[in-house]
Design a protein around this ligand. Structure first.
Ligand code: HEC
Ligand code: HEC
Length: 203
């Protein structure tokens, strides 16, 4: 068991025993405490990760988060990094974590490359009729906030998004809707980067 997993389990055990929390976080839920102890190391104290390969979770759709967590646990969504942290969590723990992250305030996005934003915005709102790429906005909403199983994409790190597109296109991420694999296969590298930059720039 890794050090961080041990810390996480200790936090959960403490809460399960009904003991009071440290005075620093008297009103926090078990999930919040667990998140602060383990997940925060990568995803940030409030779910707004600063490392660009670790996805931001703050304000993400609860339904989406829960599905992904369950899929990491079952192995349907493969990740060597995430899997060990799921192993000892119950379904109730996953639900609390999903609910907690969904309630956190997302940090506004930052654009890396303004030159690509125009191309990215056009693709996001209208798709590409020549290559049958559907408008992202039709599922992820105009403002990128998502809805239930449709992930929030606003403000997400470019690095993380590009990696997910590689995983979709190569068929390595196949736990969800088939549409994302199709979308990723049809997009050029330039289009993918442009739309990733645009999504990252959304507030
Ligand atoms: C060592 C760093 C690390 C730790 C600790 C960690 N994660 Fe992750 N997390 C990642 C990485 C990397 C990914 C992207 C993996 C992939 O490509 O599927 C990820 C992905 C996720 C996703 C999917 C997000 C999305 O937009 O699809 C969720 C949800 C998540 N983590 C929740 C958690 C929770 C809850 C914990 C604590 C129990 C946790 N993570 C601990 C690194 C970490
Ligand atoms: C028909 C609906 C639909 C359309 C159109 C669509 N998506 Fe998605 N997208 C989804 C669903 C559902 C998910 C949830 C994850 C999954 O199913 O793999 C998702 C997941 C994603 C993710 C992963 C989010 C994360 O945190 O890991 C990204 C990035 C994404 N979509 C970007 C796009 C972009 C860019 C476009 C347009 C070029 C687009 N999507 C078009 C339905 C759609």
């Amino acid at each position: 068991m890794s050090h961080t997993t041990a810390k996480f389990l200790a936090a959960l055990a403490l809460l399960g025993g009904g003991l009071t929390l440290s005075t620093h976080a008297p009103a926090e839920s078990p999930a919040a405490t667990a998140a602060a102890n383990v997940c925060a190391g990568c995803h940030g104290a409030d779910g707004n990760s600063t490392v660009t390969t670790f996805p931001k979770l703050a304000g993400q759709q609860q339904v989406y988060l829960l599905r992904e967590l369950k899929d990491y646990k079952s192995g349907k969504r493969a990740s060597e990094i995430m899997a060990p942290f799921m192993a000892d969590l119950t379904e109730a723990n996953l639900e609390e974590l999903a609910t907690w992250y969904a309630k956190q305030k997302p940090a506004p996005g930052v654009a890396g490359d303004p030159a690509l934003l125009k191309v990215g915005k056009n693709l996001y709102l209208k798709g590409n009729s020549k290559t049958d790429v559907p408008a992202c906005a039709s599922c992820h909403e105009d403002d990128g906030s998502g809805y239930k199983k449709f992930a929030r994409v606003a403000g997400q790190h470019v690095e993380y998004t590009l990696e997910q597109f590689r995983l979709y296109a190569s068929g390595k991420r196949s736990n969800g809707a088939r549409v994302m694999q199709t979308v990723a296969e049809r997009m050029t590298e330039q289009e993918t980067r442009a739309v990733a930059e645009y999504m990252a720039s959304m507030p």
